[in-house]
Design a protein around this ligand. Structure first.
Ligand SMILES: Nc1ncnc2c1ncn2[C@@H]1O[C@H](COP(=O)(O)OP(=O)(O)OP(=O)(O)O)[C@@H](O)[C@H]1O
Ligand SMILES: [Mg+2]
Length: 316
């Protein structure tokens, strides 16, 4: 079967809790809410796409442990194909412990697990070549490069979530194979040395992406395409937890690309879907369905959001 979006990247398990304040050593605090949810940049973007109604498949490697089984179960729950999710014997799945400070909304994150990378030979070539989009993140570099080359040879556009903690080796090769580069402001600044998002996007676009986006948290996002640029504000919502907002933004952005929407509308939609996801604890619990996203937009932006205008309004 040909999928709308094939994603290759990391999958992990997040444990999240809301605490009145960060505990001191030997102190115990009571969590007012807690949850466990799958996470990871590409994984959560695929869950977003699936919630919105696109067909998706995840490719990656995790451990054959309890966390790995939960990750797999969640892909099934959200109807993300996980036939090419490799569960490696003896490896441990990446796990994050995330404490959300109730008074400030700030997050403290502890992450661990053994880095099990997918091998280039484990990339399902046919699945990648037949997808409408390939979505990648900073992980599994060699397999990502192999998949990106396959995609380029087959005319499949590559979307990259360029976030922090990227291993520098081969990074430029991956950027050169990227068509839609959506970077966090931290990554953009780290790589280009430029704090100004418009200058950073311009520098990033030199690697050859046709569309370059820098996301700016609650300050929205900045898009550059073919010499044209614009800012998209973030939507103001009652934020509970911003975990996964960037991942969700990527998924919703790709949904707009699949629909052939103009870039302004695509970025606006991504901003709305990401904002809604911030209203619940965890990276996935708050991801809206398409109907919920459209209701949110119509309630706030009814003049500008015409959901029905579809494939005819191509990017540009
Ligand atoms: N507090 C917020 N309120 C509303 N929207 C937000 C908020 N934080 C993020 N967003 C939306 O999500 C998008 C992506 O967020 P951000 O730039 O923080 O991603 P990131 O740096 O990749 O972080 P992460 O991957 O950890 O979520 C923003 O461009 C914005 O549209
Ligand atoms: Mg991110």
């Amino acid at each position: 079967m040909a999928y709308d979006v094939v994603g290759l990247g990391c999958a992990c398990l997040d444990f999240l809790g809301i605490v009145p304040h960060l505990p001191d050593q030997d102190e115990q605090v009571w969590m007012s809410d807690s949850t466990q949810q799958g996470g990871g940049m590409v994984s959560t973007a695929l869950v977003t796409l699936s919630r919105l109604g696109a067909s998706t498949a995840f490719v990656g490697k995790i451990g054959d442990d309890m966390a790995g089984r939960v990750v797999k179960e969640e892909f099934n729950l959200y109807e993300v194909d996980s036939e090419h999710l490799v569960m490696e014997l003896g490896a441990s799945t990446s796990v994050s412990m995330i404490l959300v400070d109730e008074s400030t909304g700030q997050r403290t994150i502890m992450a661990g697990g053994s880095a099990v990378e997918l091998l280039p030979s484990e990339v399902p070539a046919e699945m990648v070549a037949s997808a409408k989009y390939l979505h990648l993140d900073n992980t599994n570099r060699q397999a990502s490069l192999a998949a990106a080359r396959l995609a380029r040879d087959s005319g499949v556009p590559v979307v990259l979530d360029a976030d922090t903690m990227s291993p520098p080796g081969d990074l430029e090769d991956l950027l050169r194979l990227t068509d839609y580069l959506i970077a966090s402001k931290v990554f953009a600044k780290e790589l280009t040395g430029l704090a100004d998002p418009s200058a950073a996007a311009k520098a990033l676009s030199c690697y050859g992406s046709t569309v370059t986006v820098v996301t700016l948290g609650e300050e929205g996002s900045y898009t550059l395409a073919g010499g044209r640029s614009f800012h998209t504000p973030a939507y103001s919502v009652d934020v509970v937890d911003t975990t996964g907002a960037g991942d969700v933004y990527h998924g919703a952005f790709i949904f707009g690309l699949l629909r052939g929407w103009k870039l302004e509308k695509t970025a606006n939609f991504a901003s709305a879907v990401a904002a809604v996801s911030c209203t619940r604890l965890g990276g996935r619990a708050g991801i809206p369905t398409l109907d919920e996203a459209v209701s949110f937009l119509r309630a706030r932006d009814v003049e500008h959001f015409d959901f029905e205008d579809g494939a005819q309004d191509r990017n540009g």
